[in-house]
Every structure is written in structure tokens, then in C-alpha cells.
Design a protein around this ligand. Structure first.
Ligand code: GAR
Length: 207
């Protein structure tokens, strides 16, 4: 069964773009179906349209309900495209909202996130700054399944970046981003081609 890909963004959408381009160029067996943003101004929305993918906005600013109530609005949009917990892969690509436990449970092992550090180091906000301030010699990025914690789910792909003496948060973020694009494509491909399975906290590679 061909999985349907939904990508959730909040801004620039460079990871989304890398995934959508790779799916096309590398013939990855997955169907890019919809890009959803919680912000109407997200630059990634235009990029997705240009690449021929449907876009939707589920605005979060000013929303008065609970986290789960907001997430149900996302589920409603997904179902409009016939995306269910059985046929989906949902990629968070700079989606700056925490999902409710209910949503995560419903889409267990179907949601991926990219984080700009080698997890479990430096979870949460400003990961690149955290890395520089801590004095580590290397950082990088991690693609992982989303569980109920913040940046804690089973790890699929990690890429390492060396930190230079004169790195700023900006220069390091830029070099990590190049690796993010590669790592995210690698993870989506592994799942689309059904080459991994989750066993407890670990991702096992099938031969
Ligand atoms: C990326 O660097 C991603 O790792 C980060 O937001 C950026 C989104 O860029 N995500 C997080 O920090 C999540 N904790 P993009 O919109 O160009 O893909």
C-alpha cells in the first residue's frame, strides 16, 4: 500500500521542499498529499503549491480551545484527503506546535520530526545555541518518530556536524540545515520502502 504523505509546517519549509523534491526525483514510493500550516504567512505554502501539492491552513493564533481540539481540526483536514492512521506518514517540518497526546496516540509510529541536534542532547528550543553554549565539538540533526515527550521518540537517522571555533548560532544552523535535508529524505525513504520497524525505543533495519 502506497502511504499518503502529509507535511506540517509553520514557516520557511526548506525540509518540506527537500522531501517533496526527493520524492519526485528519486521515485520514492509515497504520495505527497497535503501540506498543512498553522500560520497563513508560512513561506513554505507557496513552495508546496508550486510543487503541485495541495495546501491547507489551520490557524492556531487566537485559537481558544484545547490542544486536542486544535489537533482535531488537523485530523478533519487530513480526513478530507482520506488520510488516516492506517495509510499515512505525517512529517513535522519546522511545525512549531506541540501535538496533543491524543493525536500522537492515534498516529502512533506514523509521525516524524526533525530536530537540529544529536538527540537526546539539546531537546527543545534553540538547539543550535544550546550546542554552542555547552562547548561540545559536534552537533547535527536527528529524525525521529514522535512520542508523547518533547524530542524523545525512537531515532531513525542522525547526521553529525563539526562545530568550528568561530561558529555562531546562525552559521552552525546553516550547516546543520544542509544535513537535515539529507537526513529527512533518508528517513522518509526508509519508511516509504518499509525498511524499518519500531521495537520498543529502537528502530530496527530490515534487510
Ligand atoms: C529546522 O531547522 C528544524 O530542524 C527546526 O526548525 C527548522 C525548520 O526549518 N525544528 C525544530 O527546531 C523542532 N524542534 P524549515 O522550515 O526550513 O524546514
Amino acid at each position: 500500500m502506497l502511504l499518503k504523505l502529509a507535511i506540517l509546517i509553520s514557516g520557511r519549509g526548506s525540509n518540506m521542499k527537500a522531501i517533496l523534491n526527493a520524492v519526485k526525483k528519486q521515485n520514492i514510493p509515497i504520495k505527497p498529499t497535503v501540506v498543512i500550516s498553522n500560520k497563513p504567512t508560512a513561506k513554505g505554502l507557496k513552495i508546496a503549491s508550486k510543487l503541485g501539492v495541495q495546501t491547507e491552513i489551520v490557524e492556531s493564533k487566537g485559537f481558544q480551545g484545547t490542544r486536542w481540539e486544535y489537533d482535531q481540526k488537523i485530523i478533519h483536514v487530513l480526513s478530507k484527503y482520506d488520510i488516516t492512521s492506517k495509510n499515512s506518514l505525517i512529517c513535522l517540518a519546522g511545525f512549531m506546535r506541540i501535538l496533543s497526546p491524543e493525536f500522537i496516540k492515534k498516529f502512533k509510529n506514523r509521525i516524524l520530526n526533525i530536530h537540529p541536534s544529536i538527540l537526546p542532547a539539546f531537546p527543545g528550543l534553540d538547539a543550535q545555541r544550546q550546542a554552542i553554549e555547552s562547548g561540545v565539538s559536534h552537533s547535527g540533526c536527528t529524525v525521529h518518530f514522535v512520542d508523547e515527550g518533547v524530542d524523545t521518540g525512537p531515532i531513525i537517522v542522525q547526521e553529525i556536524v563539526k562545530i568550528k571555533n568561530d561558529d555562531t548560532e546562525e552559521t552552525l544552523s546553516k550547516r546543520i540545515l544542509v544535513k537535515e535535508h539529507k537526513a529527512y529524505v533518508k528517513a522518509v525513504k526508509l519508511i516509504a520502502e518499509k525498511k524499518i520497524k519500531v521495537v520498543g525505543r529502537n528502530v530496527k533495519f530490515l534487510s
